[in-house]
Design a protein around this ligand. Sequence first.
Ligand SMILES: NC(=O)c1ccc[n+]([C@@H]2O[C@H](COP(=O)([O-])OP(=O)(O)OC[C@H]3O[C@@H](n4cnc5c(N)ncnc54)[C@H](O)[C@@H]3O)[C@@H](O)[C@H]2O)c1
Length: 389
Amino acid sequence: MAEPKIGIIGAGGIAPSHIEGFLAAGAEVVAIANRTVSKAQSLAGRYAIPLVCSSLDEMLAKAPLDAVAIAAPTFMHAPLAVQALRAGLHVFCEKPPALNAHEAEAMADAAARSGKVLMFNFNNRARPEAQAMMEFIQRGGVGRINSAQAAWVRQMGIPGYGGWFTNKKYAGGGAMIDLIHMADLALYFMDFPKPDYVLASNFYNFQHDEAFRSDYGEQIEAESSSGGGQKAVMDVETACHAMVTFKTGQCLMIRASWAEMVERERASVTFQGAWAGGTLERIFSTQGGPLVADTTDGFGRAAADNGKNSYIDRCKLFVLDNGKIIERSLVFGAGQDDMGRRANVANFVKAMRGEARPLNTPNQAVRLMKIIDAIYESAATKQPVSVAG
Ligand SMILES: NC(=O)c1ccc[n+]([C@@H]2O[C@H](COP(=O)([O-])OP(=O)(O)OC[C@H]3O[C@@H](n4cnc5c(N)ncnc54)[C@H](O)[C@@H]3O)[C@@H](O)[C@H]2O)c1
């Protein structure tokens, strides 16, 4: 395949990272669509994208494409992906895969029928330290992972407060489904075992506290209603804690929060294997300012700073060697602050060219969404939920 031709759907907060990823991977971004055309025009100007559209329909009619990247709100993922796959295009779709497992199954089914690549932006799998950790696990360095703990916990930062992110109808849920990355990464390390039971609780603290708002995500009601009357819907959890058991006897604990009294924002997966353990984490500055000296990376090095946020990455293994527990650090240089987003897009481009295996698959997305569905059901019913399939 010559330079693959890509269309971007959605011109909001995450879209620039898709465009930059595709350009860096040697693809051509030939079109961009957004419900409000002015937003697409602005990104088209910035990245010299020749065609601006208001919808996928218009894009399909006007642009010869090999693939689309879906950077629209979650409720549009399944309809847009199914339409694009049926039109014979490869699809790169943002996380979470869909509103629920039923929609994710429809997407997986459309991908299987079309024979095209459907891949999700589980960018954290593409981080170099995640790939190194996975290689170590696959080489048998850890043994079976007995138990893992996935957490993305944040003190203050409810995304798009009052917009689509905080509206269950459009987002599928709150912190748990939005901060899905670490649960996905833990399942990846565990080789996606078959889930058995889920037990979960949702929390709704700080839901309407202005201090906890962050400013990304579109005000969807305001834009779609003809009169522009904004409805600040906030009907999702600000934190969720869950436990998943698997038919294999393994287990996974997941914590996700947009607003919770934790020490600082942290995204991590920790696991205990049959003969070794490991942890991979990013510690963020609390309010975008620099991290203080108490959180150096264990080697006394300062936190990396990408101009907006500062952070420290740690990736460690705990192994038994000659009767002693040895702590090993996987050390990576600076410049990884996009959390694997470019590398994930590069993998998708290679996968659609048949040059690499996709880093994630539709069936994995379905299994993950079944767990998310069960988490929400358990939180709502206050009962353990058996996960089908
Ligand atoms: N991988 C990551 O780390 C990461 C980070 C942020 C957001 N995301 C995901 O990316 C997606 C978009 O998030 P965002 O922050 O960019 O949201 P956003 O609200 O900033 O932007 C979404 C854009 O999509 C447009 N849109 C809605 N329906 C459309 C349609 N049918 N056709 C074309 N355009 C449409 C909206 O007008 C808006 O401009 C979400 O699924 C979110 O979870 C992923």
